[in-house]
Design a protein around this ligand. Sequence first.
Ligand SMILES: Cc1cc2nc3c(=O)[nH]c(=O)nc-3n(C[C@H](O)[C@H](O)[C@H](O)COP(=O)(O)OP(=O)(O)OC[C@H]3O[C@@H](n4cnc5c(N)ncnc54)[C@H](O)[C@@H]3O)c2cc1C
Length: 392
Amino acid sequence: MGHTAVVVGAGIGGLAAAIGLSRVGWEVTVVDRTPELADAGAGISLAANGIHALDALGPGAAVRAAGRGQYTGGTRTPRGAWLARMDGAALERALGSPIVGIPRAELHRLLRAALPTGALRVGVTATAATTLRGGGARVECRTGSEPLEADLVVAADGVGSRLRSSLFPGHPGPVHCGSTVLRAVTERPLDLRTDFEITWGRGAEFGHIAFADGRAEWHAVLNAPAGVRHEDPLGVLRRRFAGWHAPIPELLAATRPEAVLHHDVAELATPLPSFVSGRVALLGDAAHAMTPNLGQGACQALEDAVVLAAALDREPGVDAALARYDAERRPRTTAVAAAARQAGRLGQQLTHPVAVPLRNALMRLTPSAVSVRMILRHAAWTPPLTSPFAGE
Ligand SMILES: Cc1cc2nc3c(=O)[nH]c(=O)nc-3n(C[C@H](O)[C@H](O)[C@H](O)COP(=O)(O)OP(=O)(O)OC[C@H]3O[C@@H](n4cnc5c(N)ncnc54)[C@H](O)[C@@H]3O)c2cc1C
């Protein structure tokens, strides 16, 4: 009889894990607490490592086709001066893929389409996972299902993971990183001059990612305590970013008020002691939620999925495969999370009246080849050589 897995969470990480496991012959059930998977969310940029992971899993070509290569843009000051230009063509030459911008809804749809028929069950809220004495693991559910048992449970239930707290009760869990993010997709296409921009003021960032259909996602990140909400968020942003360079006012003007999403940014500042507990593997934000400053959270979740499936396919047993998964993924994701935190502190979060101009001057002096090398540090990743998907 083949192996079975239950994946908890149908976000990017859980869907990718389920696709990977099914491609190496496992029978997979994915459960999500959401009764209906609403295709909401703003946009996302996927660096070459995320795209290569998607290639290994299967949907890479479809994601490239639906997305938009991010070739032009960079980092600016609120008045519009360039601090650094992005050389998307150089990145593509070095890594084999440009960064790809895509609406999250579209990415989710393409991942769901790659699942085996009937694998996804919605309206199932998991509360805990335990390893069974005789082998395998069990997921307790509050709604939507009797307990579920399988050879392996993948906890991909996001930054606020219930399964993680059930497995590591002593771990402090996610913490607020000091920033809050408001974002939306514009209602209509805009004539944007660049694919991708980030603008840093003091303690504030505004950025956009252009999509293939001419619409764009924008995000505004502000230093703020957790829990602060506004009656009219779009109005607040129009005032906060008044006077910032084009196309910032145009992006805000092209947005419906009800499209604006507002979240505080949380991260797992204390790394987990392991991504594995018995027969439960943690994956994606449940394992290593990081700040969004490098645009790597989902890319790392996609890498997790490929490495987990490859290890299960190649190692002699499930326990050996899980040990390999933990050994490969924990050091890399811990390093990327630390770099993302640092990028946030030196970028969006910086407010000091001397430090901000100093940082800006250093950025202007940094040759573009050095900036490209910094991006390569995180985005240069190839699926494991032992990947079962290579050459398909
Ligand atoms: C503002 C912002 C911008 C970002 N931009 C980028 C970017 O450009 N590029 C990039 O690579 N990354 C980016 N990220 C990070 C990326 O969004 C996340 O790392 C990624 O979405 C995590 O996916 P996941 O599947 O691990 O978790 P999630 O997407 O959180 O999915 C978890 C799923 O589990 C379900 N769930 C939760 N609890 C339960 C339960 N108890 N029972 C059953 N189901 C449950 C939820 O409904 C959800 O569907 C960004 C993050 C933020 C906040």
